[in-house]
Design a protein. Structure first.
Length: 264
């Protein structure tokens, strides 16, 4: 079965730390926790970060992308607090100064320093995102490794959270997909669309033809940039799926039945 290689990589150790830990009680306590992941690809300080659900149509405060949250971890606590209060929650500099118990000028310096260190912006749906997501879904569901790879940027990341496993670049990603996800080009997955951190995401299910169901295989989150995929993050913890309104098991309808149905 095509999922066996992936299953060998699923840890039995501690669960990932959630994004809820980012804002525990107040601005002074703002923090994002993570563990430093070892190679093979590069340094990664957010291996244990979990995604959070965001609406299909953005409303209210903007969502924080996975990359934005990861970058927050590298900031000193007060800079992190100032940036989240301003760019995510929409507070003005005067209000931030009051909450952080500092002068207006000091709050401005904190924001300036934080924005210099975190150049990435909060996510918004790109104009070409729908086309990329459609092509990715079709390629993934038919086991088309070449098709998936063609959508990647040259330096794209492929990561499995919370495992200390990351690959960078088309060649490395293609090898991982061909050997572990789709050995022999075997199709067998169904994707159910959702959004995480303001980014396109999917519940991933492995088809079990004998039982007529799709078995859960975690959550896949895409980072789309300029018409290509800059990162594919797969979160292996299946307990995340219900938090995104996704079924624990996907039932395949008989021919003419109108598509798959969900069992929660």
């Amino acid at each position: 079965m095509p999922d066996r290689g992936w299953r060998r990589l699923v840890p039995r150790g501690p669960r990932g730390l959630g994004v809820r830990g980012l804002v525990p009680r107040g601005p002074r306590g703002l923090r994002a926790r993570g563990l430093r992941a070892p190679r093979p690809a590069d340094d990664d300080s957010w291996a244990w970060l979990e995604p959070y659900p965001s609406p299909l149509a953005e409303s209210g405060p903007p969502s924080m992308s996975l990359a934005f949250i990861a970058a927050l971890q590298r900031l000193p606590p007060r800079e992190r607090a100032a940036l989240v209060l301003s760019d995510v929650l929409g507070f003005g500099v005067a209000e931030i100064a009051q909450m952080l118990d500092c002068e207006h000028a000091a709050a401005s310096r904190l924001l300036s320093s934080a924005r210099t260190a975190v150049p990435g912006r909060l996510p918004g749906q790109a104009a070409d995102e729908d086309a990329v997501v459609s092509r990715f879904t079709a390629a993934f569901e038919r086991g088309d490794v070449a098709g998936i790879t063609a959508l990647l940027t040259r330096d794209a990341w492929l990561r499995m959270r919370p495992l200390p496993l990351a690959f960078r670049g088309r060649k490395a990603a293609r090898h991982f997909l061909a050997v572990l996800a789709f050995p022999g080009g075997t199709p067998g997955y169904r994707l159910v669309a959702t959004r995480a951190n303001g980014q396109p995401a999917f519940g991933c299910y492995l088809r079990d033809a004998a039982a007529g169901i799709g078995r859960p295989c975690g959550l896949v989150v895409l980072t789309v940039d300029a018409g290509r995929i800059a990162a594919i993050d797969r979160f292996v913890d299946n307990s995340l799926l219900p938090k995104f309104g996704l079924p624990r098991i996907l039932h395949e309808d008989p021919p003419g039945g109108g598509g798959p149905s969900a069992a929660r």
